[in-house]
Design a protein around this ligand. Structure first.
Ligand SMILES: Cc1cc2nc3c(=O)[nH]c(=O)nc-3n(C[C@H](O)[C@H](O)[C@H](O)COP(=O)(O)O)c2cc1C
Length: 385
């Protein structure tokens, strides 16, 4: 526990680090403040934002007087608050970097009614005009009137103790888990529509909880959105499974190219342990615990991608939702190819030798075996899950 009490009669005697650590216990959302300055878009990441008044609708933001975006906001008299969604931590990081680099490069934006840039795919946007500016220590507090506001469904990016995270209501998370389990256990047919109202009645929960769960399941690729029929269970066939595994291979080959010959002794030791863990779930040529195997296999495969430190590559890898892909097909597999496990060990050995051609060979052969095992699982269950 950090103490922040100033001694009696003295000024604030605790230092900024302590204050930052203590105040970090206050969980916030994360926004990007955007504006235009002489025709050029500007923006910065901010957590010090709060609603202020309903009539008129007002909010306040606290911006460092040293920030270039703050100067631009002051000059233009208007700004937008872009409330980030849970998957947009990388955008928060990008807009937290000071300087002249074009923070908007490759980012989809549109122009709001007040002429300021709005980021695409955010959870909500509020366009504001400055009503008053108040000084506060190193910062300026902008009291602003909201002139236009829009929101979409989704979950916010949370910020707590210096880390980005996800925020979810306990009940929403439970509904998500139950629907996910039902799909993996094939209690819905392939391509079956999932009606929000009907599921809400069946589960005795609010439609918004079901909608939240379905939105997350779309991210997991277990559910798709059909323009006519709404949410449907994503059918899994051999071609789809092959496609995802080929994408995994491409990412892993890329990761191997980046770091395959420069893993530290500590990283190699960790990877060897992860390889051994995958083997512990297969006994006498059978899966002892399919879910345990899937988790262990995911941790093993992800390690190399994580080791690159390239966030977009890790995100792309996660978006493949490999654990769910395997969880749908592997329960139909009775006799997994034992080389699926020995490949993991062979890969570690090739990495220990920094032998990139061997790394590529093992990864490629392993992918063919993984595809064959998935194919067997899917075909055993009728060709489409
Ligand atoms: C999660 C997070 C929250 C932040 N919140 C604020 C804030 O409330 N006010 C502020 O002035 N800066 C905040 N920052 C820091 C600014 O984003 C950072 O100083 C940025 O470099 C300013 O960019 P600029 O100088 O190009 O305008 C935050 C950064 C992060 C990562």
């Amino acid at each position: 526990m950090s103490a922040v009490e100033p001694p009696p009669g003295a000024g604030p005697a605790f230092d900024a680090t302590v204050f930052r650590r203590v105040i970090g216990n206050f969980m916030t959302g994360v926004v990007v403040i955007t504006t235009v300055d002489d025709g050029a878009p500007c923006g910065m990441t901010v957590s010090a934002v709060s609603s202020l008044s309903l009539e008129p609708p007002m909010l306040l933001v606290c911006l460092s007087a040293a920030s270039a975006t703050q100067e631009a906001v002051l000059r233009s008299g208007r700004f937008a608050v872009n409330i980030l969604a849970e998957h947009q931590g990388h955008i928060a990081e990008r807009f937290a970097r000071a300087g002249s680099e074009d923070k908007f490069a490759d980012l989809a934006t549109r122009t709001g009614r007040t002429g300021v840039p709005l980021l695409a795919d955010v959870l909500a946007t509020v366009e504001c005009r400055i009503a008053e500016v108040v000084g506060g220590g190193t910062h300026r507090v902008f009291l602003a009137e909201a002139v236009h506001a829009e929101a979409t469904e989704g979950s916010p990016l949370a910020y707590f103790r210096g880390e980005f995270g996800k925020f979810e209501l306990g009940l929403d998370a439970e509904v998500y888990r139950r629907l996910r389990r039902s799909i993996l256990d094939r209690r819905f047919g392939a391509d079956e529509p999932l009606q929000v109202e009907q599921l809400a009645a069946q589960l005795s929960v609010s439609p918004s909880s079901v909608y939240y769960a379905l939105t997350r399941l779309v991210g997991d690729k277990l559910v798709s959105r059909d323009p006519q029929r709404g949410h449907v269970v994503t059918p899994l066939d051999v071609a789809t499974s092959d496609d995802v595994l080929d994408a995994r291979l491409a990412i892993e080959l890329g990761a191997a190219e980046l770091v395959g010959d420069r893993l530290s002794a500590e990283q190699l030791r960790e990877l060897r342990e992860l390889a051994a863990a995958t083997g512990s779930h297969v006994r006498d040529g059978r899966f002892g615990d399919v879910e345990g195997f899937i988790d262990a296999s995911h941790a093993f495969h992800r390690f190399l991608v994580d080791a690159t430190g390239v966030r977009s590559l890790v995100d792309a890898y996660e978006r493949l939702s490999l654990p769910d892909l395997l969880a749908r097909a592997l329960p139909g597999v009775t006799d997994p190819d034992p080389r699926l496990i020995t490949d993991h060990v062979d890969l570690v050995e090739a990495l220990e030798r920094a032998d990139l051609p061997a790394v590529r060979r093992v990864l490629t052969a392993h992918n063919e075996r993984a595809k064959a095992v998935q194919r067997a699982g899917i075909e055993r269950r009728g060709g489409q899950l």
